[in-house]
Design a protein around this ligand. Structure first.
Ligand SMILES: C[S@@+](CC[C@H](N)C(=O)[O-])C[C@H]1O[C@@H](n2cnc3c(N)ncnc32)[C@H](O)[C@@H]1O
Length: 259
């Protein structure tokens, strides 16, 4: 079975995660974090149409712990493996991590591409604090700013170019249809100017019904759609939590737009 990571990045990943667990446990117990994982899983799959999805997802210590100690490492590994053999990696100098959350996908992209800096944007102050820690754990020069997407970003998509990698990890399914449309137009505009894109979403189709429209638009702009399905030897904590929560991440999977 393929190891989840190797060498220096595995060491950085393990330390990042040991520190994340130590920040939450204690005072939380394993069972409380497990309940947070199950609450988030149910929120994103069954209760997503009840409104305020992204703010409800970050309410309460159990769900925050689940983000930092379970979804963050899973998102890091998914983004890292999605970028295996990415031909544009060596051009990337800056990663723009949109809806950065805990910074997992942006940190993986920054580390995988050897980017000089990462900029994280999110509307949650708690998430930005987590993202700062994540980028630092992988020795990435970083800046994190509060911003509501897509209109509140402190840069113009039209100013981006081939040295920029836009990362949108598990973000677009949280946006309402109108902001989604504006983000689609902005990302396609940036792509026309040569910017790179890594967009990740869950494999489950009903969570991302807009994908059927987005995929051909991006393919027309030279971005490839490659679903990721990778059977990895999972970190021990993830394997333990998967079993306790009745979830499975073998194979690790995502819908991926990359180019
Ligand atoms: C599921 S999390 C994904 C986080 C991260 N990209 C990762 O790889 O783990 C989605 C994040 O998007 C943020 N978000 C959702 N809608 C947003 C908006 N309109 N503006 C800014 N951030 C937003 C949420 O606060 C949350 O942190």
């Amino acid at each position: 079975m393929e190891p989840y990571l190797d060498g220096a990045v595995r060491e950085a990943f393990d330390t990042w995660q040991e520190e994340a667990r130590a920040r939450f446990m204690p005072p939380l117990t394993f069972a409380e974090v497990r309940r947070g994982v199950q609450a988030l899983s149910s929120l994103y799959v069954e209760r997503r149409h009840q409104g305020r999805l992204s703010s409800r997802a970050l309410e309460g210590r159990g769900k925050r712990a689940a983000f930092a100690t379970y979804y963050a490492p899973l998102h890091f590994l998914t983004a890292w493996h999605a970028l295996t053999n990415f031909a544009g990696a060596e051009d990337v100098q800056r990663v723009l991590d949109l809806g950065c959350g805990t910074g997992a996908a942006g940190a993986a992209a920054g580390a995988a591409c050897g980017a000089a800096r990462v900029e994280g944007f999110d509307r949650s102050g708690w998430a930005l604090g987590e993202a700062r820690r994540s980028y630092a754990s992988f020795h990435l020069a970083a800046r994190c700013r509060r911003a509501a997407l897509p209109d509140g970003l402190p840069f113009r998509f039209s100013s981006l170019g081939p040295s920029d990698l836009l990362v949108a990890g598990w973000l677009v399914n949280e946006l309402e249809p109108e902001p989604q449309e504006r983000l689609l137009a902005a990302l396609l505009g940036a792509r026309e100017r040569g910017a790179r894109l890594l967009l990740l979403e869950p494999l489950a189709g009903p969570i991302s019904p807009w994908w059927e429209t987005w995929q051909p638009r991006f393919e027309g702009a030279g971005v490839s759609a490659r679903p990721l399905k990778r059977s990895l030897e999972l970190p021990a904590w993830i394997a333990l939590m998967d079993k306790a929560a009745g979830l499975s991440h073998r194979p690790l999977g995502a819908r991926v737009l990359l180019g």
